[in-house]
Design a protein around this ligand. Structure first.
Ligand SMILES: NC(=O)c1ccc[n+]([C@@H]2O[C@H](COP(=O)([O-])OP(=O)(O)OC[C@H]3O[C@@H](n4cnc5c(N)ncnc54)[C@H](O)[C@@H]3O)[C@@H](O)[C@H]2O)c1
Length: 353
């Protein structure tokens, strides 16, 4: 009998990639949970129905559940009914700027919604791997205290201890997180606890910039996707401080799904990984402009605002050494250039169709 995979946030960037990947590569019957809350958080620009419809058309056997992850009884009933072989939890309020305006929705979704699924898994399928999408915002703004050096188009770490990037041992304590970062810390620690205390095969993936052609990028979330969209539409992209030299590490959603599959195939309990593109796939905003222009042939209109976003990282890239040590068959397969090329192509297709 085909195994069942339950994916929350299935209409979003990562969730949809996971649905396609596990169905295509391993023959899972995929059940997705999503209520298009992204459109409530970000307005019509954040609408993910197109992606839900794409999955329903393209994935044989895909079942969509219009369920709010805050609905505890609904979550428990669904997990009890399906008893999935694995759960990938990607549904979230994903923006740190947005969280300040909707603190209860943010916490109830990110922290309590995660607990709803953890407890349902413990009751119904405690042997099934549980993969949770966390974020590098759990480190708060502590990475900004690392001494930096200023290069022509980007900031970089001056301290050789961070040559490979930020490791999982970095402190998540006593820094400014934004309310989003704090609600994600609560979820992250709870996911670890269900692994360490109850022995469930759980992991937290602390994402850098996760990206790819299926993102519904908006100004408050989805850096590269939104930047490319602005370029194609000739719209001004606003840079918030740090001279536009702030560095992000970008990972294609396919490489995220590939890592999740590696974990599901050989799970551990209560693990934490920093999942980003690493130094090789990092870029500053200024560098992202140049790469995007290369593929669109259009100059990037932009405005510079002196004030940085509260708690925004000046330079962040993930140290991938632990992931590579635990899962040596996994590595980054999609370069930053190829990722941007695909995002350009996808926005062109969506705008024309
Ligand atoms: N994209 C990034 O750069 C990034 C970086 C670090 C971490 N993450 C984390 O990865 C995960 C996935 O991010 P993404 O970029 O795919 O986000 P996304 O917004 O594209 O997808 C999340 C999906 O969850 C759904 N959702 C939200 N609240 C819900 C609720 N209450 N009930 C049911 N569905 C709900 C949304 O409608 C959306 O389709 C999130 O946990 C996010 O915090 C993302």
């Amino acid at each position: 009998m085909a195994r069942i995979l339950l994916v929350t946030g299935s209409s979003g960037l990562i969730g949809s990639e996971v649905c396609s990947f596990f169905a295509r590569e391993f023959g899972y019957i995929v059940h997705g949970v999503d209520n298009n809350q992204r459109a409530v958080f970000f307005g019509l620009q954040g609408d993910t129905r197109w992606n839900q419809q794409r999955l329903q058309q393209e994935l044989k056997g895909f079942v969509h559940h219009e369920l709010d992850i805050r609905d505890r009884a609904g979550v428990l009933a669904l997990v009890r009914q399906l008893r999935p072989s694995a759960i990938v939890h990607t549904a979230a309020q994903p923006s740190h700027d947005r969280a300040a305006a909707i603190p209860f929705d943010d916490f109830d979704t990110n922290a309590v919604g995660t607990l709803n699924f953890l407890e349902a898994a413990r009751q119904a399928c405690p042997e099934s791997p549980f993969v949770h999408m966390s974020t590098n915002k759990v480190y708060g703004d502590a990475p900004n205290a690392i001494p930096l050096r200023e290069l022509e188009t980007r900031w970089d770490y001056a301290d050789p201890a961070y040559t490979h990037g930020i490791p999982e041992t970095f402190s998540i304590d006593q820094s400014k997180h934004s309310l989003f970062g704090a609600s994600k810390v609560a979820a992250d620690v709870m996911v670890q606890e269900y692994g360490r205390y109850f022995g469930l095969p759980t992991c937290c993936l602390r994402g850098g910039c996760l990206t790819g052609p299926n993102h519904s990028g908006v100004e408050l979330h989805g850096f590269l996707s939104y930047l490319v969209k602005c370029n194609l539409e000739g719209r001004e992209y606003k840079i918030f401080g740090y001279k536009g030299k702030q560095v992000r590490d970008n990972i294609h959603s396919l490489d995220v799904a590939r890592f999740m599959a590696a974990f599901v195939g050989a799970p551990r309990a209560g693990e934490v990984y920093n999942l980003g593109g690493g130094k090789a796939n990092s870029c500053s905003i200024l560098e992202a402009f140049r790469l995007t222009e290369k593929f669109t042939g259009k100059p990037q209109a932009h405005a510079y605002l002196e004030q940085n976003r509260i708690g925004d990282h000046i330079c962040y890239y993930s140290d991938l050494q632990k992931m590579r040590a635990h899962y040596p068959a996994w590595d980054i397969t999609v370069s930053l250039e190829e990722t941007i090329r695909q995002i350009v192509e996808a926005w062109r297709r969506r705008q024309n169709g």
